[in-house]
Unconditional design. Structure first.
Length: 116
């Protein structure tokens, strides 16, 4: 499975960005996709995930500002981030899992920088 992410960039505080992540290859069995992020000097943390059934999970720090959605037919997930804050600055990494087989996949990160 290969994950291709796009949509990062530089935005002012209060602005919005939409990240996309598409899965390619042996995508059969993927049942969860989502995003994690890692800021300089900090551990990687969950941002949001979505299951193939549509269930979502958000980090408390982004609830109300971030919406994750998915297109199962395209094996693609989207992360719409609103009201961005400087503390949202991080490398955002796309994630996919085949939970049944205990397999995780990671894409290359995309930089999100929020200026104050």
């Amino acid at each position: 499975v290969q994950l291709q992410a796009s949509g990062g960039g530089l935005v002012q505080a209060g602005g919005s960005l939409r990240l996309s992540c598409a899965a390619f290859g042996s995508t059969s069995g993927i049942n969860v996709m989502g995003w994690y992020r890692q800021a300089p000097g900090k551990q990687r943390e969950l941002v949001a995930t979505i299951s193939s059934g549509g269930g979502t999970n958000y980090a408390d720090s982004v609830k109300g500002r971030v919406t994750i959605s998915g297109d199962n037919a395209k094996n693609t997930v989207y992360l719409l981030m609103n009201s961005l804050k400087p503390e949202d600055t991080a490398v955002y990494c796309c994630y996919a899992a085949k939970s049944r087989y205990k397999q995780d996949y990671w894409g290359q990160g995309t930089q999100v920088t929020v200026s104050s």
